[in-house]
Design a protein around this ligand. Structure first.
Ligand code: PLP
Length: 419
């Protein structure tokens, strides 16, 4: 049993003014089943600050127009805002050029784009693509589809019982047949943070390009694509306090130049005749059709909001909150954590003796607590741990230690219901 003195000493430190920050998120003020909402499903999607919501309203009230091809003022203003957002993303991830920042629908869309385009040009029969056992389905299925099309092979880096990739096994998988590596930075179901810098360095010794799935990391840690030296990186706006339907694919300019377009349509061309089409320059070559204009602008606003707090301060506070959550969950008898990596983010997957995860989720919902239950789009991880599902609490910087206390006491209540 952990003493109250230890818990209080941890609880009383706070590096962020969280109560003030919570005022920025209107949704957090509501009651769920008559109880204050405790939103702990941030790995699925994050809530939106008023600053971002207002930006969306403002766009539709005063700027709405199609971009890139209008001579009228509204179109020029919308184009300018959209391109300004691209610049904000470029600075946020420290990309070298604007041409390296491609707007997509989200992480899934970005991975499909690369699997399709890179796969089309560079993957042949008997080639191998490496992923890990920690991947979300969206970083498995596009590669399986590619392998089926090209008669190539998918190789999977195994994980240990803590949910960490086994680096020596990764090294053993690399051969002259390896043509691409696509790997998650932070696991959405176990919280494991992968040693992506080491993976990239190793891959580059063999000239193998690497894609990083940053869906669960870009909102928590400073991402610097130049320092990481990753070839591609993808993430979703909606997990970064922006709306759904917008995301980013970063790619090194030299590589993107070599890739064929993913989709054809307006905006991605430079000239079209029935005989021949020439393509637009980067990044537009990969942005066919009218994009999610307000989504892009709001992603820029979300980045402004995050910058106003500071990603380093967010990282620091979330670490503090995670350490506290770990302490509180450890106290609960008959709770088994799933995913106990040494390097782990603010995601807590667990099972309770004798209670199905869906029942945990339902009982907690009646307390106003939103967690996620199920396989979290990572069925191979569930198979690895021989379980059908977990309950998962995932944190963001607007969560408080009081909410963690309430989660812990409500989990204890679950046992009372089932007693
Ligand atoms: N990769 C990881 C690690 C995720 O957590 C998710 C979503 O939960 C995705 C990819 C897919 O993201 P999206 O559905 O926004 O495309």
């Amino acid at each position: 049993m952990i003493s109250d003195a230890i818990i209080n000493s941890v609880k009383n430190i706070s590096s962020l003014d969280v109560l003030k920050i919570r005022e920025d998120f209107p949704i957090l003020k509501q009651l769920i089943h008559g109880k204050p909402l405790v939103y702990l499903d941030n790995a699925a999607t994050t809530q939106k600050p008023k600053f971002v919501i207002d930006k969306e309203r403002e766009y539709y009230e005063v700027q709405n127009s199609n971009i890139h091809r209008g001579v009228h003022l509204l179109s020029q203003k919308a184009t300018m805002e959209y391109e300004k957002a691209r610049e904000k993303v470029m600075r946020f991830i420290n990309a070298k050029y604007l041409s390296e920042v491609i707007f997509t629908k989200g992480t899934t869309d970005g991975i499909n784009l690369i699997a399709s385009s890179f796969g089309e040009k560079f993957i042949n029969a008997d080639d191998e693509i490496i992923i890990s056992h920690l991947e979300h389905h969206s970083n498995i299925v596009p590669w399986q589809l590619l392998c089926q099309r090209k008669n190539a092979k998918l190789k999977v880096i195994p994980i240990n019982d803590n949910g960490e990739i086994i680096f020596e096994e990764f090294e053993k998988l690399i051969s002259e047949k390896t043509k691409f590596i696509s790997i998650v930075h932070a696991s959405n179901s176990l919280g494991t943070i992968n040693p992506i810098k080491d993976i990239i360095n190793k891959a580059h010794q063999y000239n193998i390009p690497v894609l990083i799935d940053a869906a669960q990391s870009v909102q928590h840690y400073k991402i610097d694509v130049k320092e990481l030296d990753c070839d591609f990186l993808v993430f979703s706006g909606h997990k970064l306090y922006a709306p759904t339907g917008i995301g980013i694919l970063y790619g090194k300019e030299k590589l993107l130049e070599e890739l064929p377009p993913y989709q054809g349509g307006g905006d991605m061309i430079s000239s079209v005749t029935f005989e021949k089409t020439t393509y637009n320059e980067l990044p537009y070559k990969f942005e066919a059709g009218t994009p999610n204009i307000s989504g892009g602008i709001c992603l820029g606003a979300a980045i402004d909001y995050i910058n106003s707090i500071g990603i380093k301060s967010i990282e620091e506070y979330e670490k503090e909150l995670s350490d506290y959550a770990e302490l509180r969950l450890k106290e609960i008898e008959k709770l088994t954590p799933i995913g106990t990596a040494k390097n782990k983010g603010a995601v807590f997957s667990f099972i309770l003796d004798g209670v199905h995860p869906h029942d945990i989720g339902t009982i907690l919902d009646f307390e106003g607590i939103a967690i996620r239950t199920g396989h979290h789009c990572t069925q191979p991880i569930m198979d690895r741990f021989k379980i059908p599902a977990t309950a998962r609490a995932s944190l963001a910087f607007y969560n408080t230690k009081d909410e963690i206390d309430f989660l812990a006491s409500s989990i204890k209540k679950v046992f009372e219901v089932f007693a």
